[in-house]
Ligand binder design. Sequence first.
Ligand SMILES: CCCCCCCCCCCCCCCCCCCCCC(=O)SCCNC(=O)CCNC(=O)[C@H](O)C(C)(C)COP(=O)(O)OP(=O)(O)OC[C@H]1O[C@@H](n2cnc3c(N)ncnc32)[C@H](O)[C@@H]1OP(=O)(O)O
Ligand SMILES: Cc1cc2nc3c(=O)[nH]c(=O)nc-3n(C[C@H](O)[C@H](O)[C@H](O)COP(=O)(O)OP(=O)(O)OC[C@H]3O[C@@H](n4cnc5c(N)ncnc54)[C@H](O)[C@@H]3O)c2cc1C
Length: 663
Amino acid sequence: MATRMNPDLKKERESASFDPEKITNFLYGGPEKLRRKRELESLALNDPDFQHEDLNFMSREQQYETQLKKGIAMITKMKELNITDFWDQYYYTTAVLVSDGYPMSVHERMFLPTLRGQATEQQKEKWLKMAENYAIVGTYAQTEIGHGTFVRGLETTATFDPKTQEFILNTPTLSASKWWPGGMGKTSNYVVLMAQLYIRGKSYGVHPFMLQIRSLEDHKPMPGVTVGDIGPKFGYDFMDNGFLALNNVRIPRENMLKKYSRVEPDGTYVKPPSTKLTYGTMVLVRAGIVMSSSRVLARAVTIATRYSCVRRQSEMKPGHPEPQVLDYVTQQYKLFPNLAAAYAFWLTGQTMMSVYNKSSSQIEKGDISVLPELHALSAGLKALSSARADVGMEECRLACGGHGYSHASGLPRLYTNSTPAATAEGEHVVLMLQTARYLMKSYTQSVQGEKLAGSVAYLSGVQPVPVAGRTRNMLDLGVLCDAYEHRAARLVREAAEQLRSEMQAGKDQADAWNATSVDLLKAATAHSQYFVVRNFAERLTDTTLDSSVFAVLTRLCQLYALHGLVTNSGDFLEDDYLTGADIRQARRHINTLMAKLRPDAVALVDAFDYPDGILNSILGRYDGNVYEHLLEWAKASPLNITDVHQSYQKYLKPFLQANRAKL
Ligand SMILES: CCCCCCCCCCCCCCCCCCCCCC(=O)SCCNC(=O)CCNC(=O)[C@H](O)C(C)(C)COP(=O)(O)OP(=O)(O)OC[C@H]1O[C@@H](n2cnc3c(N)ncnc32)[C@H](O)[C@@H]1OP(=O)(O)O
Ligand SMILES: Cc1cc2nc3c(=O)[nH]c(=O)nc-3n(C[C@H](O)[C@H](O)[C@H](O)COP(=O)(O)OP(=O)(O)OC[C@H]3O[C@@H](n4cnc5c(N)ncnc54)[C@H](O)[C@@H]3O)c2cc1C
């Protein structure tokens, strides 16, 4: 087996204009954090307990079993090794799980956070300790067959019975059956159940309840509980997403998670400071998805960029050797905007997490004034980043030609396991419209003279206007930020005006909203894109950045902004803020930037620092030895265990023989 580096990749690395390690340090928060990340990754990658057969060659049942076993080993080891910090766990678990998850990931990501966020100290004492120590395993059971988006429309009921001091839980209709919760199909024995609270026939809205669904003795469903797996999906094969039906299941009054609201023994309802505090876990996961979307895009672009330097195809000049496919400018146009987007969202994800942490500590202290901004920002950025990653991953797959379609590339699995991020935890359009709702409110406040703060501050400021006859430098990040700001502010204003004019024409608020919703979606998207561009540009004002790093990151920022601008040029041209000449200039700059980025492309993806064990892609191997490993991988396919498959004897042979006999 070849161990030397592919000469093309070697040359690429030698010709880079910067040391990728410097960017890696920038991305991971400095040398000490990077050292720790690598230590944790190699701990996991070199652990024989985590070596496994290729999941691509397994049935769904085998994948479930393998990932459960691995997940349990992972949790056990993290405890033994005292890996408790959020990022330490993230790096370790990513290295164990590669492009997949495990059946208890919703326990980690949603069940535990819900207990931490919604339970009283007493309740935490009772359940959180058990859950954190895996004495019980749970999931987040909210979505039903009939309703996922419309949380207020959930049909599962929790009816208070003052006589017995219990809640009676029911899924009264077929459409009320819980459907989708990860890990509920076969793994969990507890759920946080989101159900409509009823007291004396009156509904008080959706609340969280602790419910045991399986016996702690034999794992059989508890009385009144029907539970199982929902079947195969687009991907996510390792996960037992489940269904759950409840028939008069009784739980003690104490099982309502009551940090914010509760039911007194006499049936008095004590309401929360904000009903939206119940949605807290969703906000946390949305913020996390902004970060994880950038990571999956970074992986896809690493695979496609390295492969595009190894792959040679066609003749660019007659009679000359076949070029590396990355030398085709159209290939660069497929990949470099995705490379720039991966960097842009990486930095956005970091900002989103720090906004989340700051806001949640304020909420913890009782200041819920930060909730609307946190919700609007996380909703819009989750929607934008997951959609961008979706498109980008697919473009990267297409950029790998035929081999991109093979599981050996790692791309199909990365895509099918990550694309749920665009739907789960709030569907794209639905979340963008939540951001739009906040923008409309903010716009009205700004018109009334209020000074806005946070992500919408620009709406109440003096917005940039074009200066007639002035030639702009479309590479200037200030010019680009201004253009994005102007576009977002204009689209917000126009959507607000459209909304008002629909109402003036006689529509009620809801119909006017629906009639304007395409404009609202556009406004929220523009607002979120402006946030990403500005955030990237602001990170470049860090005066400690090494000059070679600053130069290459600036090119990426320019490319991200210019590509978005050219792709959405109508938005910038519509009100003459930019001119046709500006857009033409922008297109020329994209070409120049791509040419400048070309020698740095491999170093820029190397800087993401994904070891082969995590990248899990033959096309994206660090050493570039693609073809020999492709062949070796194919030979391991179960269909190749024997030269003649048994189905030949069973079906093909008699069929062919009979046909031959007829001739
Ligand atoms: C586990 C891994 C996680 C990974 C994470 C970490 C990364 C790890 C790696 C991951 C790898 C790849 C990922 C794979 C993904 C696999 C997925 C797996 C898990 C998926 C789990 C789920 O999938 S779990 C179910 C999520 N299910 C929704 O997501 C429902 C959406 N549906 C709503 O969320 C509400 O239904 C909706 C629309 C707001 C309306 O809610 P509603 O009707 O009550 O409210 P209204 O619209 O009437 O609005 C009334 C006022 O509430 C305000 N408001 C609303 N929400 C608010 C809030 N949250 N906070 C504050 N304020 C809020 C609003 O702004 C209004 O404010 P105002 O009145 O002032 O204008
Ligand atoms: C892999 C995966 C894992 C999941 N895990 C969990 C879990 O652990 N726990 C859990 O509770 N749930 C889970 N879910 C469910 C998930 O949260 C929902 O599927 C998601 O919130 C979308 O809701 P929906 O299915 O009702 O979509 P729908 O709302 O039915 O969407 C259908 C279409 O209607 C449109 N639409 C709906 N409402 C509006 C509106 N108000 N305005 C404009 N358009 C609208 C949407 O844009 C979309 O195009 C999971 C889903 C997946 C795919």
